[in-house]
Design a protein around this ligand. Sequence first.
Ligand SMILES: NC(=O)c1ccc[n+]([C@@H]2O[C@H](COP(=O)([O-])OP(=O)(O)OC[C@H]3O[C@@H](n4cnc5c(N)ncnc54)[C@H](OP(=O)(O)O)[C@@H]3O)[C@@H](O)[C@H]2O)c1
Length: 261
Amino acid sequence: MSYRFLVTCATGDIGTELCLHLARKGHHLILTGRDSEKLIELRKKIIGEFPQIEIECFSADLGKPVTMTDMIARANTLGIDGIVLMPPRPPLMPKDAAEQFETLNNAMRDCLTGPRYLLQKLIPGMEKSDLKSVILISGTSSKQAIAHPEWEAFNEVRTAWVGCLKSFSDQYGPAGIRFNTVSPGQVLTPTYVKKVEHESKTLTKQYEEVLKEKSATASLKRLASIQGVVKTIYFFLKSKGANEITANNVHIDGGTIRPYY
Ligand SMILES: NC(=O)c1ccc[n+]([C@@H]2O[C@H](COP(=O)([O-])OP(=O)(O)OC[C@H]3O[C@@H](n4cnc5c(N)ncnc54)[C@H](OP(=O)(O)O)[C@@H]3O)[C@@H](O)[C@H]2O)c1
C-alpha cells in the first residue's frame, strides 16, 4: 500500500537515505529543508530512481513558523499518512552565561517549539489516514545525558521532546495517532565516515582501527549504520507490527548506552 509521508531535514545524511528508502517502498513524499537547491537535487535523485513517486518540496525554516505556511496548507489539502520529524541538530553551548541564554533560547525555538508547531499544524492532515504515525528523530541524549558542557543543549532539547511526545500521545491517541521516537547514537553517515577517515590519516592509523576504538564501549562493538537507522524508522513509521506502540523511544547505538527505561 502506498502512503504519503512528510519528512523534515530531508536533505541531510539521514534524511536523504530515509527518503530514498520510502520511495523504494513506493510511498509519496513531501520534503522540507531550508536550502531549495538541495531540495531540488534530492527530488531529482529520487525521481531518477523512482519516477512513479510523487514528490513535493517546500523550503522552510523549522525555527520560523511563517515559512511553513504553504507546506502546512498543501499537506493538509493532500492528506498525509505519517510524519518523520527530524529537528535540526542542537548547537554547541558557548561558555559565557549571556551567550548561553541566547543560544539555548534559539535552540529551543529551532529544535523544539518550531518543529512542535509544525507537527501540531499537520495533525489535521492525517485525519483520514488508516496509519497516522509520527516518528521523531532524536539522539541517545534523550535517554542518557552527554557528560560534556558543550553538548548541554542536546540534553535539554531532547529530554523536552520526551515530555512533549508523551503529552501528544495522550492528547491525540484517542484519534489513533501514534508518536514514537528513534534515538540514534553516532551514525556512520557519509559525513562521519569522512571525519573518521580524516582522523585516521592525522593519527597515521588504519580507518578500521579508529572505528574499532570509537565503538569499543558498544556491546556489539559497532556503531549504528545509516541503513539500520532508516529501517528502524520505517518499522515504527509504517509496519503493522508497530500498530500498538506509542509514546516509546528506541535507541540505536550498538548497545553503547544501556539505560533501564
Ligand atoms: N548523524 C548522526 O550521527 C546523528 C546521531 C543522532 C541524532 N542525529 C540527529 O538526526 C538529525 C539529522 O542528522 P543528519 O546527520 O542527517 O544531519 P545533517 O546531515 O547535518 O543535515 C541537517 C539537515 O537539517 C536541515 N536543517 C538544519 N537547520 C534547519 C532549520 N532551522 N530548519 C529546517 N531545516 C534545517 C538541513 O537543511 P539545510 O541544509 O537546507 O539547512 C539538512 O537537511 C539531527 O536532528 C541530528 O541531531 C544524527
